[in-house]
Each structure stands twice: as C-alpha cells, then as structure tokens.
Design a protein around this ligand. Structure first.
Ligand code: ATP
Ligand code: MG
Length: 383
C-alpha cells in the first residue's frame, strides 16, 4: 500500500494537438512547486501521482499543489494492486468507524472483472462487516470512499476531492511584465494573468530615499507570495526618483501622476523587450482613482507599442479585496507604506488631461536620458 497525492489537471485536455506541450510545461511547474520536498512525480494516463514523500510533508505538498495553475483537483489517497483484498485494506484504512458512508467506483480499466456497482456493493459490504456502527447512505453520506481502477493493474483509493487552482499552466500563454506596487490591486492582476497561463515578470518602481527600504521589502514580500502561484524567481526594481524630481521641477503639478505613469510604461516596455516579454500588466480599474480614467489609459498607452493588459479594469474594489484575501496578498498589501506615486502627489491631479497638453508639458523633459538613467538603477532580488 503506497501513500500518494493524486493530481488531476484542468483545461489542458481541451488543447487537442498541443496536449503534449501543455503536459510538459505542467510537469515542470509541478516539479518547481515541489522543489525541496522529497518526492517522486509519476505521470499516468490523465493523472499525476506524487509518491515516495515524507509522511510529515503531505500537508505541505497539498498546499503547494493547490496553488499550481492547471490543477483541477487533487486527493490524498492510497495506491494498491487491484485485487479485492488490497482494495478493501486501503478502503478500511481510510473509512471512519461510524456514521454514514458510500463507496463510489470509477473504472478506467473497462476489462476489470467486476462492474462499478458490483465493486461498490462488495467493498461496502466488507466495510460494514468490519465496522458495525457504519451505515450506508448513497444520497448524503458523511463520508465517501472513492475507488479509481486504473489500467495498469492498480487501484487508487481516496476519501475526498480537493479543488485545485484551475486555469492553465504558467508558461503556456507567453510572458508579461507586471508593474507591481505595494498596493492591493497589482498583485491580484498578476495572479489573474498567471492563472491564464502567462509567465509573469515583476517590476517595481521606487523613489528612494523618499520611499524607504521597508516599502521595498513589502513589495518583495508580495512578489514572494505571488511567486507560489507564478513560480517566478525574482523581482526587478527601478529607481524613478530623478524622473519625479524633474517632473516636479519643470511640469504642471496636476500632471505629476500622469507623466510619471508614462515614464513607468516606457521603462517597463524596455524591460519587457530585454526579457522577451510580450505585454505589460497593471492593476488599474476604471474610475478607481483620478489617473484611471479612459483619458489616463489613453495617455499611458500612447507611449508604448506593447499591449497593456488590465485584468481588473471592470472590478469593484470590494471584488479585488476578496481575491487578494484568497490569494494571501491582502494582509501584506494593507501594511502602511509609501509608494512612489504618493511622493510629490499634487493636491488636484488632472482627471481628464488632453494628450496634446500632456505632450507639451512632457517636452520640457529629456525623456530618453531619463529612461536610460532609470534603467541603469535596475536591481534584482531573489524570491
Ligand atoms: P495598486 O493597488 O496596484 O497599487 P492602485 O489602485 O493604488 O493600484 P495606482 O497607484 O494608480 O493604483 O497604480 C495603478 C497601477 O500602476 C498599479 O496597479 C500598478 O500596476 C502600477 N503601479 C503603480 N505604482 C507602481 C510602482 N511603484 N511600481 C510598479 N507599478 C506601479
Ligand atoms: Mg498604488
């Protein structure tokens, strides 16, 4: 009898011809997620089995598996040879001694000598004989014993299906650069794109010494939490202090945020191109703050040629918060911090600035040297 974690994958099977590719990426991602834990990963038809692990690690293995995109569901179970005595021994090990239960069989091996209802009845009867306080209830049982008769002469026996993260394996939908702040929104935006299979590179802008190291540590921590899902290994930071000082000195105060955002996009695009990323990702949501209007979006899109994905564009703050809590970034996001956008924040930011006005103000700045100077401050932090 071997203890295993059974992993079933999601949307991958929809991909027809690309199935082999998706499965390879999924395998690599599972291995990455399980790194540092002793285990063996086996692929069987339609399932993955994690085996040969330390019994004490099973909760950690499940926690990690639950965050891998592409996982539809998973179960802790036992793998045994498919004879009745072995199946019964496994079922007995998993079955409670009282309350109501049922046995639910799935047969991948259609040549197995017993049908699913026959197996349900036989194993059910043996369990009842072993534990007289048990009762069968096929409609609403307190517990269920699932039998999965595989085609290789084995059976998987387990007590529950746990829900996986869904989505598609990270890396199967190209690569994007997430502009990540210390706020609530951008981590959620990164999570959503990773869930659709996108590899996400993190890029953060700071205004040291106006923003301090705690602010940076906070963003690194957010990236670390996110990396459990995105499987990313580092975050890049770029200093935009000088850009902000120049904007503050030379341009209309009401455009501070708008102009800074345009610099962020330019730098992010350059970084994306250097790293083979095909798009930018932000946590913007329409109308949430003054800069997140269609005019604001137009103004920042105008300086880049890469597409900008804004997965939260139609979300209310409350909806974003619910997701941030589920992902586990919320508690960190709400810690107090200074973001570079709050340095030199004008009292009345322009809500619907005209592009011609923005460009006129921006022409007072040496754009290219400022972008190059900022990029030269790029630092990477391992997660
Ligand atoms: P968030 O909660 O993600 O900070 P927000 O509601 O505070 O969002 P803004 O501060 O207007 O909104 O920022 C809009 C988007 O711009 C953010 O979601 C993020 O993608 C990007 N952004 C803002 N500040 C930074 C920063 N310091 N570094 C990187 N990206 C940033
Ligand atoms: Mg913010």
């Amino acid at each position: 009898m071997e203890k295993v974690v059974i992993v079933r994958y999601a949307e991958i099977h929809l991909k027809g011809r690309n199935r082999g590719y998706f499965e390879r990426v999924f395998t690599v991602n599972l291995e990455k997620a399980l790194k540092g834990l002793r285990h063996e990963l086996r692929r069987t038809s339609g399932r993955y089995l994690i085996a040969a692990f330390d019994a004490n690690d099973v909760d950690e293995i499940c926690a990690r598996v639950s965050r891998v995109f592409g996982v539809h569901s998973y179960s802790i179970g036992l793998r045994v040879s498919n004879d009745l005595d072995s199946i019964f021994a496994a079922a007995l090990a998993l079955c409670p001694t009282s309350g109501t239960f049922k046995v639910d069989t799935h047969r991948a091996d259609k040549k197995y000598p017993m049908t699913s209802p026959e197996l349900n009845a036989e194993i059910g009867a043996r369990l009842l004989a072993a534990h007289p306080a048990l009762r069968v209830d096929v409609r609403e049982p307190d517990s269920c014993i699932y039998l999965d008769i595989r085609e290789d002469g084995t059976a998987l026996v387990f007590g529950a299906f746990e829900e996986g993260a869904g989505g598609m394996p990270v890396g199967t939908s190209s690569k994007g650069v997430l502009l990540i702040s210390g706020g609530i929104d951008s981590p959620v935006a990164g999570y959503m794109m990773a869930k659709r299979g996108m590899e996400v590179n993190f890029l953060h802008f700071h205004s040291y010494p106006y923003t301090n190291e705690q602010a940076r540590d906070k963003v690194v921590e957010l990236a670390r939490i996110l990396s459990r899902y995105t499987l990313a290994s580092s975050i890049a930071t770029v200093k935009v202090t000088h850009i902000q000082e120049e904007i503050h000195k030379k341009c209309a105060a009401e455009l501070n945020v708008t102009l800074l955002r345009r610099f962020m996009f330019r730098i992010a695009q350059r970084y994306a191109q250097q790293n083979g990323a095909k798009c930018l990702i932000t946590g913007e949501s329409l109308g949430q703050v003054a800069s997140q209007t269609i005019e604001g979006i137009t103004s920042s899109n105008a300086v880049v040629s890469l597409p900008v994905l804004r997965p939260l564009i139609g979300f209310d703050k409350e909806e974003i918060i619910v997701r941030a809590k589920k992902i586990g970034t919320y508690e960190t996001s709400v810690l107090p911090y200074e973001d570079c956008c709050t340095v030199f924040l004008p009292e009345f930011p322009a809500i619907k600035p005209k592009l011609s006005y923005i460009e006129e103000e921006e022409s007072k700045l040496e754009i290219e040297p400022l972008v190059a100077e900022a990029l030269a401050t790029l630092e990477k932090f391992e997660l």
